[in-house]
Design a protein around this ligand. Structure first.
Ligand code: GLN
Length: 202
């Protein structure tokens, strides 16, 4: 199959536009997704950075939380950055009241973990599966992953903390590649979406 995969960006809150641009640069057809009908039409989905409590509450309000869980359970490729990583965690250590996650990655995430040391910073991060130079990691009140279960693979660490994880078709980074103009992490995700489509068409 040569046609471009259609990848949504959950557009309830957060840096949606930057992801749409990065996905288009990585040769996907990118569109904003807010409603269950829109979710049903995409091959994969990005969960942007922003505020995970707000995204969680809006997802419930828009009636898209359960459909999101169902599609992730079903194996739809999904990529979460920062707040999006939090949304993919099976467990968060310090949820705000009413905060739910979609889940999908067997990991425990600590919100605002780097914030205690350093509100926001940039650092070079070596990410497994991304060829060439390290990725410039932009961390903004970023979470880190306290621990992962047996099914999850650690793709990157920074100063001893896990900052990128993959489990099957779910990918998560503490940092924001959509803000750097370097589309290699988005390309990795687009490749995951292509691989899933190819597997389904066999
Ligand atoms: N600290 C935010 C949260 O808990 C995440 C920050 C971000 O996405 N840049 O949701």
């Amino acid at each position: 199959m040569t046609d471009a995969p259609v990848i949504g960006v959950l557009a309830l809150q957060g840096d949606v536009r930057e992801h749409l641009i990065a996905l288009a640069a990585a040769d996907a057809v990118a569109r904003a997704v807010r409603r269950p009908e829109e979710l049903a039409e995409v091959d994969g989905l990005v969960l942007p950075g922003g505020e995970s409590t707000t995204i969680s509450k809006l997802a419930v309000l828009f009636g898209v939380m359960e459909p999101l869980r169902a599609r992730v359970r079903d194996g739809m490729p999904v990529y979460g950055t920062c707040a999006g990583m939090i949304m993919l965690a099976d467990k968060i250590l310090d949820p705000r009241s009413g905060q739910e996650t979609i889940g999908g990655i067997d990991m425990i995430v600590r919100r605002n973990a780097f914030g205690r040391q350093n509100e926001s910073f940039e650092a070079a991060v070596d990410v497994d599966g991304v060829q060439g130079d390290p990725v410039e990691g932009v961390f903004i009140r970023a979470p880190w992953v306290e621990s992962v279960g047996a099914g999850a693979e650690v793709l990157a660490e920074y100063e001893g903390h896990i900052v990128a994880v993959r489990q099957g078709n779910a990918l998560a980074t503490s940092f924001h590649p959509e803000l750097t103009g370097d589309h290699r992490v988005h390309s990795l995700f687009v490749d995951m979406v292509r691989a899933k489509r190819t597997a389904e068409s066999l």
